[in-house]
Design a protein around this ligand. Sequence first.
Ligand code: KG4
Ligand code: ZN
Length: 316
Amino acid sequence: MGQALHSQIDLHKVYGGVVPEIAARDHIRRLLPLIRSVLEDVGIERPDAVAYTAGPGLVGALMVGGGLAAGLGLAWNCPVIPIHHMEGHLLAPMLEEDPPGYPFLALLVSGGHTMLVAVNGLGIYEVLGSTLDDAVGEAFDKTAKLLELDYPGGPALASLAENGNGEAFTFPRPMLKRPGLDFSFSGLKTAVMLQVKKSMVEGNIDSVRADIAASFQRAAVDTLVSRALQAARKTGLERIVVAGGVGANTHLREELAARFNGRVYYPRLEFCTDNGAMIAIAGALRLSDGAEPATIIAKARWSLDTLSPPGTAHAA
Ligand code: KG4
Ligand code: ZN
């Protein structure tokens, strides 16, 4: 396997978040050289197929990827396979040596999504719960901003939390007592904001920053783990796949391992956050979905529920 990644983090850092137009333009600059270097690394001139992210996401960046994939499909005369970004995340553990068998429960936790999905087979997905407001990664990023940490805040907040006391502040886990499997993180975000303001007025913000980070992380992780355990109980599923950027969080991994009786699967750290390998493995598993070479699919919004198994034209 060969893979390469060009991160746009430095590009967006100065703005404190992703700027869609800049993201799309940088895709235009980076994609071809990146593809060329991967093919050189693995010594392949003409791949058997091209898979690309067809959504959901920022449509400018999606159009760049879709347009290039369609062009490469024509040039190489090979199938072009549109992939759902979140299907890529939930199939990322299939890149590892000991992949999970079906069925499994997927906890998908990224900057744009927080979801619990029953994965009954390839393309057979039932979304059991999702966030009603902010995604958990977004909550990490916004809290990090309040604590004056750099973008993307998740990893920075996690390392600040290592030096803090997670029991110093009791932040809410608002949805846990409610039925259903949805999430909400806006109440937690507001509680953290009020605490930051209070500590600033009291003049002790510097001494409690790490405690606030640790207490926030504890509340967010507790919410994710509790909901995942509720979903596992409800469905009887004995395997949990954790994927998406927040899946890189060590505290989340430790909590889930301590509280879940079944087995937990993760992609390796570099395949938790966005990467091309997860789209490639999804494409390999969906070879029979090859679209007409000139078709470009770019969907800003696209529910995972609407996918179907390979060969049944899910993306058309
Ligand atoms: O899956 P991903 O790379 O991109 C999206 O599809 O959104 O996820 C990025 C998110 C960001 O919100 C980032 O702050 C968060 O994952 N993240 C983390 C950690 N590493 C990345 N959050 C908490 N702890 C981490 N170690
Ligand atoms: Zn992602």
